[in-house]
Ligand binder design. Structure first.
Ligand code: NAD
Length: 268
């Protein structure tokens, strides 16, 4: 039996990458395709939307109406849409994988509530290699002396809304955890500050432009040496494939909050 997938944000860059990836992944079937009520994609076949043969799945704006046959919803839409997606999935008992970034505390609280009823995996980056990078960052931060400054740089395409990226924050959290600390929110961006930096702090800097899919560098800057760890994404397919594998794993899990690390490294 295939895992039946619904996508929220299907007409977006990631939504379209997911539709394509489902067609080349055994054991998955697209059964619901949702986008915003103002989307020009409404009424189109999801396959045609991405330049493939028709799939018989029409892009719809009513999530509640299409959830009847869905095993897992994958949300790559906008931060202000995610709370609603979580509540609808919880009400219908459908597992939820959230890749959307820039979630505010109120949305996080709605996700927590939904996770009392359904399994919810939230990840700002669903690439397998990027999640390996986060583990390496945790190890480096744990192993190096605390006076090493940590600087996280990220670059994305000109359309990206949130800054720093959810992935930069994920890497900042990994560095802070490695040091036995918590990353304070909101973080401030280098460039909006002048003067000397506090020794050993975790700083962020951002570039936006062109069609950059996603680049992240984490540098540990000591006196006389630097340790540099990097990830470069050149194809959104990596996020789509990771999200689909994680979503399949999520189906049938007990209710609760999960991470990509739970899926990749702590699989039963
Ligand atoms: P995009 O702007 O290309 O697509 C977003 C889509 O969501 C659009 O089609 C839009 O119409 C739709 N949408 C907006 N509001 C909606 C609503 N209320 N209901 C349903 N659909 C709605 O953006 P994108 O580049 O595809 O990125 C989407 C999200 O995924 C962003 O938050 C981005 O940061 C994140 N992202 C995450 C990863 C990851 O690995 N987790 C990777 C890439 C992007």
């Amino acid at each position: 039996m295939s895992v039946r997938v619904g996508i929220v944000g299907v007409a977006g860059r990631m939504g379209q990458a997911l539709v394509r990836a489902i067609q080349t992944t055994l054991g998955l079937e697209l059964v619901a395709a949702v986008d915003h009520a103002t989307s020009p994609a409404l009424g189109l076949d999801a396959g045609r939307l991405v330049g493939l043969d028709a799939l018989g799945v029409i892009v719809n704006s009513d999530l509640q109406q299409v959830l009847g046959t869905v095993d897992v919803v994958i949300d790559f839409s906008r931060a202000d849409a995610v709370g609603f997606t979580a509540e609808v999935c919880a009400a219908k008992g459908v597992a939820l994988m959230i890749g959307t970034t820039g979630l505010d505390p109120a949305t996080q609280a709605r996700i927590e509530k939904a996770a009392e009823k359904i399994p919810v995996l939230v990840s700002a980056n669903t690439s397998v290699a990027l999640n390996v990078l986060a583990e390496l960052v945790r190890l480096a931060a744990r192993s190096l002396p605390p006076e090493y400054d940590i600087e996280i740089f990220e670059a994305h395409h000109r359309h990206k809304i949130d800054a720093p990226s959810g992935t930069a924050l994920l890497l900042g959290d990994a560095a802070a955890t490695g040091r036995g600390e918590r990353l304070e929110r909101p973080v401030s961006l280098r460039g909006s500050q002048s003067g000397a930096r506090d020794p050993g702090g975790i700083g962020f800097s951002v570039v936006r432009g062109g069609d950059v899919v996603g680049e992240h560098d984490v540098r540990f800057l000591g006196t006389g040496e630097q340790l540099c760890l990097s990830h470069v994404a050149t194809d959104r397919g990596i996020f789509a494939r990771g999200a689909l594998a994680a979503a399949s794993w999520l189906v049938g899990r007990p209710a609760g909050r999960y991470t990509m690390a739970d899926f990749l490294f702590n699989k039963p």
